[in-house]
Design a protein around this ligand. Sequence first.
Ligand SMILES: Cc1cc2nc3c(=O)[nH]c(=O)nc-3n(C[C@H](O)[C@H](O)[C@H](O)COP(=O)(O)O)c2cc1C
Length: 503
Amino acid sequence: MSVALRYHEATKYRPETIGEHPPLDWSRQPLPYKPYHGWRAVELAPLLPLDPNPFTGEAARPMEGWRGCTLAALARWLYATYGITGIIQQPGQPLYLRAAPSAGALYPTELYVAVRSWPELPAGLYGFDPLRHRLALLREDPGCADAVTAAAYGNAELAAAPLIVIVASVFERSRWRYRERAYRRVLLDAGHVIGNAGIAAAACGLRVAATAAFCDEQVEAAIGCPVGEEGVLALLAVQAVDGGRQRPAWTALPSPPREGEPTLAGLHHASALPAERPRLLGSDADELPLADSHGWASGPRLLGEGSSGPNPLALDPLRTIIRRRSCRRFVRASLARDALARILAATYVPERVGCDEQPAFARQSLATFIVVADVPGVSPGVYYLCPATLELRPVARREPREQVRFLCLGQDLGGDAAVTVFHTADLQRCVHRYGDRAYRYLHLDAGILGQRLNLAAVAEDAGASGIGGFFDDQAADLLGIPRSQAIVYITVLGVPAGSTIVI
Ligand SMILES: Cc1cc2nc3c(=O)[nH]c(=O)nc-3n(C[C@H](O)[C@H](O)[C@H](O)COP(=O)(O)O)c2cc1C
């Protein structure tokens, strides 16, 4: 059996064993960012349009012509992607909340920037320093972006990009709390960051293309990250929105079979790609959509509903990202059907509602189930979502609240949500196509979709939260799918109880 399949089974939460692990040792919690003290740096904070600017204390400066390949556009885009957007004062270190949510607010994701040619940035490798919102110059090196491109088998988007962002993860920040199951969460977290990167890009006059097909050893050597402690999960090609579009033949490639332990480190190692580019095995387009193979009856079609004006997320994506917070508590109230239609449109057909083409890896491999508790005009129950038409195909009629609460490890957020979105996958079939690397693609894609669900909900003044802790088998039972199918991620949507914003 593949390492990914064994890992997934071994890291399922089960009602019989949950809570058996020893208590957390808070004194050993890793720092959720790299301090970058004393490095030469390029300051980005003064270029932010925040008033007053929380980093400099100064009033915002009016700025013209900042969009596209400029330092100001990069400053804003990085801020919207993963900057500090909230602070919770607490004893000891304050807790810095970031533009992207993170399981347990542990923030394992790290961003590096490889510059080929960008105004006011000498070519080289930089670390993103969120505390001061600046880029720490790790190495002046005109060949760095080329080395990263070569590690990604010469990917055409990366080759044409003036700047590449390397999305990495410091595993221990999450493993410290979530043990081996942390690999699922670090991938989802990174997906959320990439989701922000995609949604923020057009507003900054930029375009982002993502790939997770690269030789791990080479890319990690190119940025010098400590092997085993930190791993690269994705690469983002960044260029001006009007720059020539290159369409690479792949964003996901299969890893060769390898042995390994079904642990976080074991799966990361087993899902590495070799120096020579692996051949693609078929394409996702060959697959029969689940809706056709299951023969579910037709149901409400939400595409186009509630779309008299522009989609609220497309209207002001940067402001939405900056004010986003995960909802901590819902009231049991309904989510309007047209608001749900707009949230699903921004998530699943973003290019049709003014959000531009968004980054994805092996997106067709994920299936989406929508569990409705309270949406006027849609009966409570379980639905399969046809992603292109936003048709809700009824799977089972039932009042789901108690079951959802239970499978979300008893979290009230699950029981009080008006709608719960499940992303699932036929892991065995995905592993057949992509090897153990499938595990990365599925979780990164689910994180990207989760982030768009969060942002689109916030744009509607609704509430949303990712749910990384769930009983896997009980979730499959609710959806009526075999327990061998993977529940990749859950997002709850609903009506927030009071303000969810923390500043
Ligand atoms: C992958 C992932 C899993 C999460 N799982 C849960 C969860 O099970 N329960 C919960 O209340 N919040 C969950 N959250 C939300 C985080 O607690 C939240 O993002 C974090 O505290 C930071 O706060 P913010 O999102 O408001 O910025 C999750 C977030 C992510 C990205």
